[in-house]
Design a protein. Structure first.
Length: 389
């Protein structure tokens, strides 16, 4: 059986500031030895005035717009919740700012008990209503199995697309104009495009080739549906943590103290398929270790030294006991079939039909859309530029 084989960072060129190495997709280094991803974070910090009085003032102006747009309605914004740190804290801050949020959750039926309890505890104490879309568990497994058979590093991308669609549906159903997302480029970075890709056409094409069930309950989002949400419904996406001084560690301590919220052991580990994806599948099959995003971000903001981050990065990722066996049993994979697929040559989104070229052709359009908060700026930066092969 294949096992995790950490990179020998002593043999690779590293960014002079973070821990990204020369194998990171589309990476480049400037004359100071600093990678383009660090420079991207610098640019976003300047653009959003992150953690400055001006940044907070700009956010408060957006909050005022949200309140005006939601006047007379039961809810004025939607917040996606997973039971994780960022989305839980986003609910807390929304109430603190005087907003009336509706929480929305996409249940891919792989949630941990900890995540489910975290959602219940936080929303219950804050008195926030919950909109949930639950996919048929056999259908969910069939989609995941399809991506496993496709031999791509995007095993769980269907969850991200479905969550986005669920948020839009919740907003549309209740006449809400704003979605708040609990993402922070300061604490998480921006994932390199080669590490993860997703769009509705990609999901449909992979499932059509490898799936065995019809997608009936899965909330996919094709291009025209995407355009409906942003151009017809004009539903805006705001990432408040891009504007303020945010500490994930302090947020976690606050949630534990005030809500009895429980930590699940690491970034993305609150959902079993996401945990398997990040802790075993990508590191073992593709030598892609997605921990470097958060570790690099921690180095940039000074909460970890480069030496500490590298030491963690070279250790085997944390994985729930028996998760590997759970994955095989749930997807009805024998040991031999599992090993056969793990040994297949790796492929990428380029091997299947996607919207990627369309996004690139429409780059000027998406730049304007991102400036208008109708899509996150990270979507424009990640999906609308050609990528090195």
């Amino acid at each position: 059986m294949k096992t995790f084989n950490p990179k020998n960072l002593n043999e690779l060129r590293l960014c002079a500031r973070c821990i990204y190495d020369e194998t990171v997709p589309s990476i480049s280094f400037d004359e100071e030895g600093i990678c383009n991803y660090c420079r991207m974070i610098e640019g976003l910090s300047i653009q959003y005035k992150t953690g400055t009085p001006e940044g907070e003032q700009n956010l408060m102006q957006i909050i005022d717009k949200i309140k005006r747009a939601g006047k007379g309605k039961k809810y004025d914004c939607v917040i996606g919740v997973s039971g994780g740190t960022d989305s839980s804290y986003m609910c807390v801050m929304a109430k603190k700012w005087g907003l009336r949020p509706l929480a929305a959750h996409y249940d891919n039926t792989w949630n941990t008990a900890i995540a489910t309890e975290n959602i219940r505890k936080v929303l219950g104490k804050l008195k926030i209503d919950l909109y949930t879309h639950v996919i048929d568990n056999k259908e969910s497994d069939d989609i995941i199995r399809s991506f496993f058979k496709a031999s791509v590093p995007d095993l769980d991308c269907a969850t991200d697309i479905a969550l986005a669609e669920t948020l839009y549906r919740a907003a549309s159903k209740h006449g809400i104009n704003y979605i708040l997302e609990g993402h922070s480029f300061v604490t998480e970075g921006v994932s390199p495009i080669g590490t993860l890709y997703m769009d509705g056409k990609y999901i449909k094409s992979v499932h059509k080739k490898f799936g065995s069930r019809k997608m009936k309950t899965y909330p996919n989002m094709d291009f025209m549906t995407f355009m409906k949400w942003i151009l017809v419904k004009r539903i805006k996406k705001i990432r408040p943590l891009w504007y303020i001084d945010y500490s994930k560690e302090e947020a976690r301590e606050f949630l534990e103290k005030e809500f009895g919220w429980q930590y699940y052991g690491g970034h993305h580990l609150e959902n079993r398929i996401t945990a398997f994806h990040h802790s075993y599948y990508n590191p073992v099959k593709f030598n892609i270790d997605n921990r470097n995003n958060a570790l690099a971000a921690s180095v940039r903001r000074g909460t970890l030294s480069r030496e500490q981050a590298i030491e963690i990065y070279c250790q085997t990722p944390i994985m729930e006991d028996n998760l590997l066996e759970y994955f095989k049993k749930r997807l009805e994979l024998s040991d031999s079939e599992f090993e056969r697929i793990m040994d297949l040559p790796g492929k990428t989104y380029r091997d299947y039909p996607t919207y990627k070229k369309r996004f690139e052709r429409l780059r000027p359009f998406f730049y304007l859309i991102a400036k208008a908060h109708l899509v996150p700026m990270s979507f424009y930066l990640k999906y609308c530029f050609p990528q090195a092969q």
